[in-house]
Write a protein that binds this ligand. Structure first.
Ligand code: FDA
Length: 300
């Protein structure tokens, strides 16, 4: 019920636009690493100092105008330059709809190509985040076309899809982030029950650890993390074959302890004014995240 309310709010374009004008509010500052490039670089430096690498997401969605998509692309190019100039340990995550997938496929492809090309000059990886099912095949098409020219690009497989194993097999030679899946999808195409999603998530992670190139295991679920730790030990999978990923501001103690245990750890660092949809999806996933909001409101 609460989940549906927050998912509905995340897609409200009026509120999305309003939020952009008012800076980080409602506790979003706990999970969004600033609104501009100097702020995000500062956050990355702090995480790097703790042995954590970063993937940087210039927040944005609901982009239906070419000029907005072009501005988002320009901003991502500036982030790439800033990462290189500051010599921080970070790469890029981007959402195809932010750089024009809802406007025109070729326009989007050209934008992502420019980003991947620029990143390749610094040997920097670009992850194409996976959005809802409506954009899935087009996102795979982007990856198919870009991987003919570049090897610094990969994507995300969402375990809630019935066909997730098929997708994973198709992209086993890529650096792949495996997640449970964040969007509301129908029962025809996606598991709805948490137990089924978790079981499929574990199955995909194990398969990719054994058969894939490099696996990014993106979850805050300690049960799954503990299972993976056992699995890699039993199967002699070296630490440089995989990493754990979590979102900025979540389970900070667990992030630090995994890094200090010697696992590769990467924090997903979102920044920018367009924080509202991202923040509402985090509340939809885990209404307890409202604690973060309460802490911000009462700690003033
Ligand atoms: P889940 O929310 O299922 O929680 C499982 C259990 O873990 C909880 O019951 C609790 O015990 C514990 N737990 C979880 N969060 C906690 C917290 N904050 N504090 C304490 N305990 C906690 N999705 C997508 O569709 N496309 C994408 O590209 C991405 N990208 C992405 C990158 C990264 C780095 C992450 C971490 C996640 C994504 N996601 C995503 C989101 C993903 O699909 C999923 O919605 C969320 O990670 C929530 O699922 P979890 O596996 O984290 O645990």
């Amino acid at each position: 019920m609460l989940k549906d309310i927050f998912m509905g709010l995340s897609q409200n374009q009026f509120l999305n636009n309003a939020a952009k004008k008012y800076g980080l509010k409602m506790g979003a500052q706990s999970v969004v690493a600033g609104t501009n490039i100097p702020e995000v670089i500062k956050s990355i430096k702090e995480l790097n100092a703790q042995g954590i690498s970063c993937t940087v997401d210039n927040l944005g969605e609901f982009v239906f105008k070419e000029e907005e998509a072009t501005a988002a692309k320009e901003q991502i190019l500036k982030v790439i330059e800033a990462i290189n100039e500051n010599q921080v340990d970070a790469h890029i995550s981007l959402k195809p709809t932010q750089v024009g997938l809802d406007i025109d496929y070729s326009f989007c492809l050209n934008n992502v190509r420019e980003i991947v090309h620029q990143a390749s000059r610094y040997d920097m990886f670009v992850n194409i985040d996976m959005e809802d099912f409506k954009h899935l095949e087009l996102t795979f098409n982007l990856l198919d076309e870009l991987s003919m020219e570049f090897d610094n690009v990969g994507t995300v497989i969402q375990a809630y899809f019935h066909k997730a194993s098929e997708y994973l097999e198709r992209y086993k030679n890529f650096r792949i982030r495996i997640v449970k899946g964040a969007y509301k999808e129908s029962a025809e195409i996606a598991y709805q029950d948490k137990k089924d999603i978790d079981a499929n998530f574990i199955k995909l992670i194990e398969w990719h650890l054994l058969n894939g190139k490099y696996t990014s295991i993106a979850t805050h679920d300690h049960r799954i993390i503990n299972h993976v730790k056992e699995f890699v030990k039993e199967n002699n999978i070296p630490n440089d074959q995989f990493e754990f990923q979590m979102l900025y501001g979540f389970r900070k103690d667990l992030q630090l302890s995994l890094a200090s245990e010697g696992y590769h750890f990467c924090t997903y660092v979102p920044f920018g004014n367009d924080w509202y949809g991202y923040f509402m999806r985090r509340l939809a996933e885990r209404p307890q995240n409202l604690n973060l909001v309460a802490k911000q409101v009462f700690n003033k």
